[in-house]
Design a binder for this molecule. Structure first.
Ligand code: S3P
Length: 182
């Protein structure tokens, strides 16, 4: 079975392009688009940053698991941008791998060098973990999470030096989506 009955799940570090690529892929394939950060924010009427500051990261991570589970259980195949930290949890990795094992998801890892990410990410947004030392933090995250992204990914697309359009095209090629381009 090809892409038809499967979700397209995008994973990768902050700034790797999950949301931008995901939104565009969803448009091109006429699918619903889910972004776990947005689901958490809409469900709890609070921004990610506010959650880190009030209920704390641990509670945010629980909410993130609920958001991921909900998106993966969507009946119609969707495009899902899974926030950068989703892979930290064994439970979340199990949810994603379960979906691929049931042939209900392909998981694309947008793999990007930390230095390039640091140029792309904007401060003051939904990324409080990058407030202090973006490059150092992204480098540490890249080391810590590399094997976790590798564990869940069914496809890897390198995004270094590529534009949004180019990354979308690479993802489409990797997944065998040909019609009309993205
Ligand atoms: C995080 C990634 C962010 C957001 C939060 C924590 C992480 O999402 O969930 O700031 O730990 O990597 P994006 O990957 O969508 O930026």
């Amino acid at each position: 079975m090809g892409i038809a009955g499967r979700h397209i799940v995008l994973v990768g570090l902050m700034g790797s392009g999950k949301s931008s690529v995901g939104r565009r892929l969803a448009q091109a394939t006429s699918r619903q688009f889910f972004d776990t950060d947005r689901i958490v924010e809409e469900t709890h009427h609070q921004s990610v940053r506010e959650m880190f500051e009030t209920v704390g990261e641990q509670e945010f991570r629980k909410r993130e698991t609920d958001a991921l589970r909900g998106a993966l259980s969507s009946e119609t195949p969707a495009v899902i941008a899974a926030a950068g930290g989703v892979v930290l949890s064994d439970v979340n990795r199990g949810l994603i791998r379960g979906a691929t094992q049931r042939d209900t998801a392909y998981v694309v890892w947008l793999d990007t060098e930390p230095h390039e990410l640091a140029h792309r990410v904007q401060r003051g947004t939904h990324r409080p973990l990058l407030d202090a030392d973006p490059v150092g933090t992204l480098e540490a995250m890249s080391v810590e999470r590399h094997s976790m992204y590798a564990e869940v990914a069914t496809h890897v697309v390198e995004t270094n030096g590529r534009t949004l359009e180019e990354v979308c095209t690479e993802v489409a090629i990797a997944l065998g989506i040909s019609e009309g381009g993205v």
